[in-house]
Each structure stands twice: as structure tokens, then as C-alpha cells.
Design a protein around this ligand. Structure first.
Ligand code: DP6
Length: 333
């Protein structure tokens, strides 16, 4: 099964384009991680995962039909050269929807987060692009189908179409038609996510490459699917019951386990910098003092803290440069 075959199953046979399509997609932070694929071509994950959206942090994407000979892309107002991997990844995705009619697009992306620094810029990027295309061509697809399409660009993009908590189902089918995300109805108004930016440098190894290497070479990876299943159940129960201790503990333990599989890969993969470890130690000390704060970490050196509003003043005192977000109080776009 190819990506083009999946697209052909979902899209209407004719397109009725408007002049412009536009959308915003928030980035998402996984609390139970997606790490490893059962199908690399279709980005079908080895396990389900669970995330939280960060309102206001994401991608605003505008797409317009163009008369140029090739697609043109701007990122935060700057034109993207056609020989960059960013341009290639984007246009390979667009290619899936071109069919026989050779339209070209002008794409304008405004990102409110650093690109490729472990803040899921590809997740919100592909989600916003998929929704902007749906708007431009008036496909009128349900979000579930758009989640499947966004996944073809980047796995975690499947979760970036909603605000709040989102679960991405691993599915079983070979064509991935049962592999989409959907929002959980539960809200947690006092929940805060704090972003601790340690470096904005582009990562040395993409999550795509890192995942492949982990699955191939890490002995510890064999334990990962069972761990995810347990963590996912535990996290959903904790969200349901408002049990912050279990929630934070499970998310932190899940992230550490994912990084342990990377450390046990060969060649080893370590996204943490000395400052990342120092921040973890500082956070653990706070916890010893009775302040409930936990962290999660993705494919980069930055940390995302999880805590409740009541702990905010004390945490802010220790980490003054924390960018604090209220996932359930702020507007999405
Ligand atoms: C560590 O979605 O970027 O952020 O599907 O290859 O594009 P591809 O990978 P990607 O991986 C995200 C990995 C992660 C964990 C997560 O978001 O669940």
C-alpha cells in the first residue's frame, strides 16, 4: 500500500478550488510517546499515543493556487530554497494530492515555535497544511480523515488537529484506515505546561531516523510496546480522575523510558545536553521539597514541565525563563 493509494481512497474525485485556503494547527506534546513504526511508508505507529495540544503555539498556513512553474514556500516571511530538505518534504506531500491536473501552489507558513528543536514543528506543520488544502479544494473531509492524511506527512501530525488531550489509535489495518487520532472530552483547566528552551539549534538527527535506529538496534525497545499500553491506560485514568500525581509520574516515566531505548541503540542517541540534565536534577529537587512538577522530553534537548496552577509561583521562582501555557484556558489559534 502506498501513500498515493491511501489518498485516492479518501479524496473526492473532483476538486473545486477556492482562491485561498488557510488553517491553524497547534503543536502537540506527547504524554505517552509515539516511538517506532509498524509501517514506515505510511507512518503507522507500533503503539497508540496520547498528547496535549499547546494553544497559540503552532503553524498558520495559507495555500494559494499559483501560476509559477514550481511550488513556492515561505516560512515566517522568508522564501525557502527548492534544494532544502524542508522544501522537499513539503512538496513530496503536496505531490500526493496533485492527481492529473498540474496545479502549483504558493504556501505561506507562519510558525510560532522554533523549527526542528523538539517542539513538534512538523506535527503542526503537516496538520495545518492538510487542513489548509481541505479548505482550498473544498474536500469537506471529516477531521478523522484529515488526521489520516496529515499522518502521511509526519506521524505526530495525526494528533495536531484538535485542542486538549488527543489519543492516536495505532490501528491494525495494513492501509491504516483505522489509524487516526481523536480528542478526549476531558478538560483540566488548572493544568500548566512550561516550556524550558535549552537550545533552539536544529536537531542532529531527525526523529524519523532516530526511531528507525532504535527499533533496529535497541534491546530495550522490546519492552516499549507493553510499557506504552500500561502508561496509556494509567494516563487516561489519571486524566479522568484528576489524579495529577499519577498523571505526571506516568508522563515523565514514559519519556525517560523512550530516551532509555535511544541510549541503548547503536550508535547511541542522546538528545539531552548537560543543561537538560541539570534542569532535570533541579526539578527533582523541587519535587523532593514537595512541589509537584514533572517533565517530558521529545527528540531534542528542551524540556516541557507539567504542573498545576497552584505551583506556578514556586516553579517560576526556580525557572524564571519558563514559557507557561494553559492548554485548557487559552484560545487555540
Ligand atoms: C519524540 O512524528 O516527528 O515527538 O512520523 O517520522 O515524522 P515521523 O516522526 P515524528 O516523531 C515524533 C516523535 C516524538 C514523540 C511523539 O510526538 O509522540
Amino acid at each position: 500500500m502506498t501513500k498515493a493509494q491511501v489518498v485516492a481512497q479518501l479524496l473526492p474525485s473532483t476538486y473545486a478550488p477556492k482562491e485561498t485556503g488557510a488553517s491553524f494547527a497547534p503543536t502537540n506534546i506527547a504524554l505517552c510517546k509515539y516511538w517506532g513504526k509498524r509501517n514506515t511508508e505510511l507512518n503507522l505507529p507500533a503503539t497508540s499515543s496520547l498528547s496535549i495540544a499547546l494553544p497559540g503555539k503552532g503553524a498558520f498556513t495559507k495555500v494559494m493556487l499559483s501560476t509559477q512553474a514550481e511550488d513556492t514556500v515561505t516560512l515566517n516571511g522568508l522564501s525557502i530554497a527548492t534544494n532544502t530538505s524542508f522544501y522537499r518534504r513539503l512538496t513530496q506531500f503536496i505531490e500526493l494530492f496533485r492527481k492529473k491536473v498540474m496545479w502549483r501552489l504558493h504556501i505561506e507558513i507562519q510558525m510560532t515555535i522554533p523549527v526542528a528543536a523538539g517542539l513538534a514543528s512538523s506535527a503542526c506543520g503537516f496538520a495545518a497544511l492538510t487542513m489548509a488544502l481541505n479548505d482550498l479544494f473544498q474536500w469537506q473531509l471529516p477531521l478523522r480523515d484529515l488526521s489520516i492524511l496529515a499522518r502521511l506527512g509526519s506521524g505526530s501530525a495525526a494528533r495536531s488537529l484538535w485542542s486538549g488531550f488527543v489519543e492516536w489509535h495505532q490501528g491494525e489495518r495494513e492501509d491504516g484506515m483505522d489509524c487516526y487520532a481523536e480528542p478526549l472530552s476531558m478538560q483540566w483547566p488548572s493544568l500548566c505546561v512550561g516550556i524550558l528552551t535549552i537550545s533552539q539549534k536544529e536537531k542532529f538527527l531527525s526523529s524519523r531516523e532516530a526511531m528507525l535506529r532504535t527499533v533496529k538496534t535497541s534491546d530495550l525497545y522490546r519492552c516499549w510496546p507493553d510499557k506504552v499500553q500500561r502508561d496509556l491506560t494509567q494516563l487516561k485514568r489519571a486524566i479522568h480522575e484528576g489524579d495529577f500525581t499519577t498523571f505526571g509520574m506516568t508522563a515523565e516515566s514514559n519519556a525517560l523510558a523512550m530516551h532509555a531505548t535511544m541510549l541503548s541503540s547503536w550508535p547511541p542517541i542522546c538528545y539531552a545536553l548537560p543543561e537538560t540534565l541539570a534542569a532535570m536534577q533541579q526539578l527533582w529537587e523541587l519535587r523532593q521539597q514537595g512541589i509537584e512538577v514533572y517533565f517530558t522530553q521529545d527528540a531534542g534537548p528542551n524540556l516541557k514541565f507539567l504542573f498545576l496552577e497552584e505551583s506556578k509561583p514556586l516553579i517560576n521562582k526556580q525557572f524564571s525563563n519558563l514559557d507557561i501555557i494553559y492548554p485548557f484556558k487559552q484560545r487555540v489559534g
